[in-house]
Design a protein. Sequence first.
Length: 347
Amino acid sequence: MRQQAVRFAFSPLQEVVRALKVFVEPRAHAEQMPWLRQARRHATPAVKRGARRFKSLLTPAPELFPHILPSSKAVNFHQELALLSRGRRAFREAMARRFVGKPFVMRADLTDRSRAEALARLLRETAARDCDEVLAGFCDVLEEFFARCLASQWDFFEAAALRDARARESLLHRFGLTSALRTLTRELTATGDRTRTSLEFGGAASEGKRLDFPPDGTVLLTPSYFIWPHAAFVLMRGETVDFRVAYPIASPARVERRVGHWDASAKRFTALADPTRLRMLELLSYRDLSTREFAGVLGISEAGASRHLSILREAALVSAKRDSYFVLYRRTAIARAIVRAVLTPRE
């Protein structure tokens, strides 16, 4: 795969549509909750009614207009919205694909009958007379939603997307397309090397879709704040294969990197959940002690003292050193901090 066949692009209108989807169906979007709470306060009743009216256009995660967006003719939300409002034919085509009812729509699925049935379903679910009314109403909702719920923070969302694109573009140039695609989402599996790439995409809904990417194919990658935790895939075939991926830029990866940290913390809390071990840590504040000394002071067997000390060592709360015949135990820095914070008596 030639690297020049891969490009990053950000469509403001597509991102607004993704945000509207989060607004309508927020259950799976924990990362966007701070924005959503603010958006709910700013949304007018008309915006809320409009969002509910067009809910069927938005779920699952929408990539509604890949044939017209992104476009070199439009660089901001209002220009893209004007482009969409004039694109009646492209809108009908997008709605036909949307309401066919399949997760992956192939060209053979779009017969005259399937188009007619899909557009009839669109009119029923939006309570509209014709597709022009749906398009006009949808554009009005998007414009009001942007103004009320997104405009004040838009610079942040757009800057985050562009920053992510620059970082991944650097990764692409260093390691190639296959390696870069592996970093995008768990819903996309990429295999191969710098010269060839095979893809499986779509997660459970993919029906086993696999693509052996041709050497002359193109890839368009779109970072999105609002698509997390999922991704969206569009496969377009013309003179060559045009594969498009909208991928999440939010922060679950940071949480995953800290899983080991919480595992260690859980071990420490488990180790501390015993009065005998807490007493051991308190005794170690005075001097280093051996197993035999612990047994004598606490009135337990040496075997019992050894078991408690093993749990404390595994939790990194005590360390051991040999002193002649004896093994002496001392508190670690972590244990000292815990004792100061939790075990020190307070007046």
